[in-house]
Design a protein around this ligand. Sequence first.
Ligand SMILES: Nc1nc2c([nH]c(=O)n2[C@@H]2O[C@H](COP(=O)(O)OP(=O)(O)OP(=O)(O)O)[C@@H](O)[C@H]2O)c(=O)[nH]1
Ligand SMILES: [Mg+2]
Length: 135
Amino acid sequence: MTSLNPDKKIHVAVGVIINKSEQILLAKRPLNLHQGGKWEFPGGKVELNETTSEALIRELKEEVNLDVSASHPMMEIHHDYGDKQVFLDIHWVKNFSGIATGAEGQEVLWVEKDDLIKYEFPEANKAIITKILAE
Ligand SMILES: Nc1nc2c([nH]c(=O)n2[C@@H]2O[C@H](COP(=O)(O)OP(=O)(O)OP(=O)(O)O)[C@@H](O)[C@H]2O)c(=O)[nH]1
Ligand SMILES: [Mg+2]
């Protein structure tokens, strides 16, 4: 039996990580995951009893081995993929230490802002790219 689930929207903490050379960090989503094979901004699901910034710190350590010391809100996006509804809570991350690596085996890349349009992203990310380019 199918039922309506009011909580099925997934809350995701997303980091737009920008280094001293004004490059942005991208990671490639593993093929087996939702929206697999596309590039993304590192991040992941906010767990119960966790704030968005706590989730961001945890996810960026797990995924790209960076230690985030500060982040600030950039924008919120609600998107329906049909098979999944997401609430992307996107933060700028300018204060961090460490060397970015694909800690889960994924490809990671520092990209110039103007080159972002060359990469394939999940549909919901279009507005994020627009916002970055407007900075
Ligand atoms: N991390 C991230 N997720 C995004 C972006 N854009 C976007 O639509 N999403 C969607 O948001 C959801 C994030 O889930 P995720 O797979 O990163 O979550 P997670 O790291 O906690 O993974 P897991 O709990 O499945 O191991 C996915 O459905 C993904 O397609 C993005 O730029 N970054
Ligand atoms: Mg993730």
